[in-house]
Design a protein around this ligand. Structure first.
Ligand code: TZP
Ligand code: MG
Length: 199
């Protein structure tokens, strides 16, 4: 697991999730996460099904919703503290599917590894306007600390752009995700390629 990690954001997108995900595939991303905090269950299911069909050869994850992940046969989920617990999600999803957990500090990172998470999302690295309840920025120092003590792949997220992205990779992030710095741009493929060059 290494490189740019793509997350959809229909609110920031200029041409919609389907077009953005196609651009992400053209930019050779290996992971796409479908994230939408506004749609109802039926709308989520219908769009996730379309995205699953597009993302056949890469990892396709669903944010928050284990039920949608199962319904569209996604490769896994990304869960935060307000979502189903790791244990319950693992029971529902089985051993093979990917479960990524958001962590905000070293204690949570160690606990995520102990539980069996497949990767951790370290969040938010910097201040972000994209997620209003993201919490306090942890900075790249936390990434360095986690890298030393936890062997899970690290996905860094929150306030990352092309100016600070290099620092995040040097701190030890295996993947970086930059939502507004990519999805709100006119040429999504080109922006992702710029992030890929940081690795
Ligand atoms: N999770 C933690 S921060 C965040 C998510 C989904 C938003 C990141 O967006 P941006 O625009 O890259 O700061
Ligand atoms: Mg969540």
């Amino acid at each position: 697991m290494r490189g740019y990690y793509f997350i959809t954001d229909a609110g920031l997108s200029r041409s919609g999730n389907i077009s953005d995900v196609k651009a992400a595939l053209a930019a050779k991303v290996e992971i796409v996460q479908y994230r939408d905090k506004h749609k109802d269950t039926k709308e989520l299911f219908i769009e996730a099904l379309k995205l699953r069909a597009i993302c056949q050869r890469i990892k396709f994850l669903i944010n928050d919703r284990v039920d949608i992940a199962l319904a569209v046969e996604a490769d896994g989920v990304h869960l935060g503290r307000e979502d189903l617990s790791y244990r319950v999600a693992r029971r529902l999803l089985g051993k093979k599917r990917i479960i990524g957990l958001t962590v905000h500090n070293i204690k949570e990172a160690l606990a995520a590894e102990e539980e069996g998470a497949d990767y951790i999302g370290v969040s938010p690295v910097f201040a972000t306007l994209t997620k209003f309840d993201a919490g306090r920025p942890c900075g790249t120092g936390l990434i360095r600390m986690i890298k030393k003590r936890v062997s899970l792949p690290i996905v860094a997220i929150g306030g990352i752009d092309l100016l600070n992205g290099g620092e995040v990779v040097r701190a030890g992030a295996d993947c970086i995700c930059a939502v507004s710095a990519v999805v709100a741009k006119r040429d999504v493929k080109r922006e992702i390629e710029r992030f890929q060059e940081l690795f």
